[in-house]
Design a protein around this ligand. Structure first.
Ligand code: SF4
Length: 705
């Protein structure tokens, strides 16, 4: 019997787990009581994680390829698969330039894997065409943090939960989607009944039901609400004049903006009671610890960056940031979305939170990597842009790693048609359930969680080491090894000559020296001995004397990462620019998660216990909207948008506001049909700054099937 300490690979809470491997290979799993993020707790998904490793019925076992899409896939050797891929990439790059190829990766990737793909395409192929599915979930928060605080830096930690007396949850349902954080919130409230929880959500959820105040706003009115709260904080003198004067810019424009709308007007637009806005502002104004949490309700919006800024403003005008229990806390959706951003995993960034448009940053990485080409000086294609470029034949080849865009992309029929038309598709994945496999020219089997070694960073900047505990089935290889083997086939072997992922990680940490996410003090040995650390952590910082904690909170000195070290308060417009509703499509559709499923269900969909909670997709619709359409509970309905349709059973409930309906995002194919796939309906509008899609607002109509 052997035990291994690892981290749950589902959500960004990043719970520590202890895996036990019996002599017969059977695995069991429990929460790690010593891990500071979860203190032994696990949610239903985490508790059942080991079943996804033991059930190998859907695993891709060996490399496959075909010379054209009308041919069946053939099993080939790793050398053959990678040599052909390299030959195709070289031909396309020679003929059409480096921007003719792209990598689309995942917040599931480990830090080392993210780093290697970025190094390969940005430093050696010479294109910035790499983006990640984090673009679909976090990029508005990234831009919001950068514009307000100077960098993409979560300033808070989970221990701030127990130090807060007002917890403001907006556009999020952590009771289902970040359950261990929510258990900490509930335990804190139980021990301290004076703590106030405010939930902002157009739906009633388990989070809103355990809150003291639910602001059930109309979809798209988050900025109206936040600006109204800002106005009350100013009028009732709850602002921190010294903090504003000494540590921020932009307050007078903000004040002018929020004074343009009365609280009554704001309440009417939001569809809530003005008294409730006053109550929320009073609680925030009087609090000693004001902690805000948000996820997709703010981020997945055509005005996502401005929604983020409007929330961060409330912390800046009250000075409630950089001290225990205070700060804006963007909850990461995926397990290593943050590690991805640290290593440059978006089309506009380089490792160490450097920017591709910054000549100094490019020069630093060119020198560090000793690149044979100049790093391109403009951002590459983002997630949705990649599929548009494939459809237009501007992008010739795409390599998709550990993500399932044919369920997760907005306006999915466009993405599907793009892959169908594309010249060359490589799919690197664990599972044959990935919907992309049937469009692939080359399929590369990847090792899964517990089958490879690496690191991840969770939502509170906490880095943990994930050991290899079991062998991958068949010929599946760790993703990092696949990339360094491919780099060698491309002729870059001297710069990708790694023996293990520890060497990759050491190289990555050295390129962070002197940056705001400096982790030069971190290595595998430290992580194994110490379990985890929060960045930044330099060698000089704690000198590796255990236990090392790293940095719990940022901005405790109130010096921000902007050039003048002052945070920027932004006066943001409150108009929503989502797809308009009209006579033909009068309802707003929002999409989201359910409790026991994860993303596109390639893992959780295989666990019988998890499928019991909600076995089929469904549409939530308000009783008034159902009645006016003569639809009864449990009947099959057809939901149509300007792009496509979905057919699912309806759940008539007052949990959604009149005029709003909700579909879960997880389902792709059911019995060969795509009619439960929510993204048949969503639109391709994106936030202009973050390029994050507007998943939370599509105009639809519902009728009886
Ligand atoms: Fe895993 Fe997230 Fe559940 Fe923790 S809260 S066990 S990280 S899914």
């Amino acid at each position: 019997m052997k035990t291994f300490k690892s981290t749950c690979c589902y959500c960004g809470v990043g719970c520590g787990v202890v895996v036990t491997k019996e002599g017969n290979g059977q695995l069991s799993l429990e929460g790690d009581k010593e891990h500071p993020s979860n203190k032994g707790m696990l949610c239903s998904k985490g508790m059942n994680l080991h079943y996804t490793v033991m059930d190998q019925s859907d695993r891709l076992l060996y490399p496959q390829m075909r010379l054209n899409r009308s041919m069946p896939m053939q099993r080939v050797s790793w050398d053959d698969a990678l040599e052909r891929t390299a030959a195709v990439f070289k031909t396309l790059i020679k003929k059409f330039g480096p921007d003719s190829v792209a990598f689309y990766v995942s917040g599931q990737c480990l830090t080392e894997e993210y780093y290697l793909v970025n190094k390969l395409i940005k430093g050696f192929i010479g294109s910035n065409n790499i983006d990640t599915n984090s673009r679909l979930c976090m990029s508005s928060a990234v831009v919001g943090y950068k514009l307000a605080l100077g960098e993409d830096s979560v300033p808070v930690c989970y221990d701030d939960i127990e130090a807060a007396d007002v917890i403001f949850v907006t556009g999020a349902n952590p009771a289902w989607c970040h359950p261990i954080i929510w258990r900490r919130v509930e335990a804190h409230k139980e021990a301290n009944p004076n703590v106030k929880i405010i939930c902002v959500d157009p739906r009633k959820t388990d989070t809103s039901r355990s809150s003291d105040l639910h602001l059930q706003i109309a979809p798209g009115t988050d900025i109206v609400l936040n600006n109204a709260i800002g106005r009350i904080l100013i009028e009732r003198n709850y602002i921190d004049q010294d903090f504003i004067a000494n540590h921020t810019d932009g307050f007078s424009d903000f004040k002018e903006k929020v004074m343009q709308r009365t609280i009554d007007e704001a309440a009417e637009l939001c569809g809530i009671n003005a008294d409730d806005i006053y109550t929320a502002a009073e609680w925030i104004g009087r609090s000693e610890g004001f902690l805000s949490f948000w996820t997709m309700g703010l981020n997945q919006s055509v005005i996502g960056v401005n929604k983020n800024l409007s929330l961060i403003n409330l912390h800046l005008i009250t000075g409630k940031i950089g001290k225990p229990g205070n700060g804006p806390f963007s909850l990461t959706g995926q397990p290593n979305a943050m590690g991805g951003r640290e290593t440059g995993g978006l089309a506009n960034i380089l490792p160490g939170h450097r920017e591709v448009v910054n000549a100094e940053h490019r020069a630093e990485m060119e020198q560090f990597w000793n690149t044979p080409v100049k790093i391109a000086n403009k951002p590459g294609l983002t997630a949705t842009e990649m599929f548009e470029a494939l459809a237009d034949d501007k992008l010739k080849a795409i390599w998709i790693i550990n993500t399932n865009p044919l369920v997760s992309m907005p306006d999915i029929n466009v993405a599907e048609a793009a892959l169908n038309k594309s010249r060359f598709v490589v799919v690197q994945d664990v599972s044959n359930r990935a919907d992309t496999v049937k469009f692939a020219d080359v399929v590369l089997p990847a090792a899964a969680w517990l089958e490879k070694e690496g690191t991840m960073t969770n939502a509170e900047r906490r880095i943990t080491h994930l050991p290899k505990a079991v062998d991958a089935p068949g010929e599946a290889l760790p993703d990092a090894e696949i990339i360094w083997r491919f780099a060698e086939k491309m002729g870059f072997g001297d710069s990708f000559n790694y023996k293990n992922t520890s060497e990759v990680y050491d190289e990555y940490t050295q390129c962070t020296a002197g940056t705001t996410i400096d982790v030069t003090g971190v290595n595998y040995q430290l992580l194994k001995n110490n379990r985890s650390v929060q960045w930044p952590l330099t060698t000089s910082f704690e000198n590796n004397i255990l236990p090392v904690t790293g940095t719990k909170r940022l901005f405790t000195d109130h010096e921000f990462y902007t050039k003048n070290k002052r945070a920027q308060i932004h006066a943001v417009n409150d108009e929503n620019t989502s797809e308009p509703v009209d006579e033909d499509f009068p309802l707003v559709l929002t999409t989201g998660r359910i409790r026991d499923q994860w993303h596109t269900m390639t893992k959780t969909g295989r666990v019988a216990k998890l499928n019991q909670h909600t076995p089929q997709p469904f549409l939530q619709i308000h009783p008034e909207d159902a009645k006016s359409r003569n639809i009864k509970e449990g009947q099959l309905a057809v939901i149509k948008s300007r792009r496509g349709e979905v057919r699912v059973k309806v759940n008539i409930t007052e949990d959604v506001r009149p005029g709003l309906c909700f579909l879960p995002m997880h389902w792709g194919k059911i019995l060969g049909s795509n009619l439960g796939r929510a993204n048949n309906l969503t639109n391709n509008l994106v936030d202009p700054k973050s390029k994050e899609p507007d998943f939370k607002f599509s105009a639809v109509e519902v009728s009886l099937y």
